[in-house]
Design a protein around this ligand. Structure first.
Ligand SMILES: [Zn+2]
Length: 278
């Protein structure tokens, strides 16, 4: 069974900008995996970090269950996701264990460093998957399968210098939006914190608003997630684009071909499926 692995920085990041696409892939028979690198220990003004990390671990496990995803434990703390040797070896071990055909991760340009460092770690870990001399932590044997890396849109749709980031293509998430919302609502500690500081259900409303804004940008969908494909060099074939190949043509739309690494890649269809995606 083909596998998609989402690697994000914090508990709830996947639900904000990646879960809809994961659910669409799962609907097409893919196994989906869920990993936030950080424990989320700084995500409260009132709960001590160690206790909060335990709470958020349970919340992210519940969210992964709600999505039907395989959960993987965090390996760092908030504001401690660095592009360093130890974390790279740990993320590379995850990639080798899961052997994903698709990796979803943050935008290389985003509003904060944890997101950008997560993106770099995910990319290099994928690059190192087939290098026999690279030792992961814990040790996991290399493998040579293709992997295609996709970057989500940044929080706020801009980089840290205010530059707009355009998606290469959009995936419709309208049908799975309710499930995405259910998964996000599992992060109760965040909901309570933001309800208190910013108003009732601001947490869920923020995701609704972001998702609808991206849907509007697609020019076609009510709710959507936007993606840019990483360069194929060192990862997969030049025209590989598994997300767009597995979903029906009407479920994705491509507006800005110059913004990702597949300028020459035509929309290619995968072999016919035996059953429609859900
Ligand atoms: Zn985050």
């Amino acid at each position: 069974m083909p596998t998609a692995l989402a690697i994000a920085a914090h508990p709830d990041d996947i639900e904000f900008c990646m879960a809809g696409t994961l659910l669409r892939m799962a609907g097409c028979g893919w196994e989906i995996h869920y990993c936030n690198l950080s424990s989320g220990n700084l995500g409260s003004a009132t709960i001590p970090g160690t206790r909060l990390a335990t709470i958020r671990r349970r919340e992210s496990q519940a969210a992964a269950r709600a999505l039907g995803a395989v959960w993987h434990p965090p390996i760092a703390r908030d504001l401690e996701i660095f592009y360093n040797d130890d974390l790279l070896r740990r993320v590379a071990a995850l990639v080798r264990r899961v052997q994903p055909r698709v990796i979803l991760t943050h935008s290389p340009q985003d509003y904060m460093e944890d997101h950008m460092n997560t993106s770099r770690l995910a990319v290099t870990a994928a690059f190192a998957r087939g290098m026999p001399n690279y030792r992961t932590r814990p040790a996991v044997r290399h493998h040579s399968g293709d992997v295609t890396v996709y970057h989500a849109l940044p929080h706020g749709l801009h980089d840290g210098l205010g530059q707009r980031i355009e998606a290469g293509f959009y995936v419709e998430t309208t049908e799975v939006h309710a499930r995405k919302r259910t998964a996000l609502a599992c992060h109760t500690s965040q909901k309570e914190w933001l309800d208190h500081s910013q108003g009732m259900d601001s947490y869920l409303v923020a995701m609704d608003t972001f998702s609808a804004e991206v849907g509007s940008l697609s020019g076609r969908f009510v709710h959507a997630e936007g993606w840019r494909r990483h360069s194929h060099l060192g990862f997969c074939g030049p025209t590989d684009d598994p997300i767009r190949e597995v979903l029906e043509p009407g479920e994705t739309v491509r507006l800005h071909p110059a913004t990702d690494a597949q300028k020459q890649a035509p929309a290619r269809r995968a072999p016919k499926r035996s059953a429609p995606c859900t």
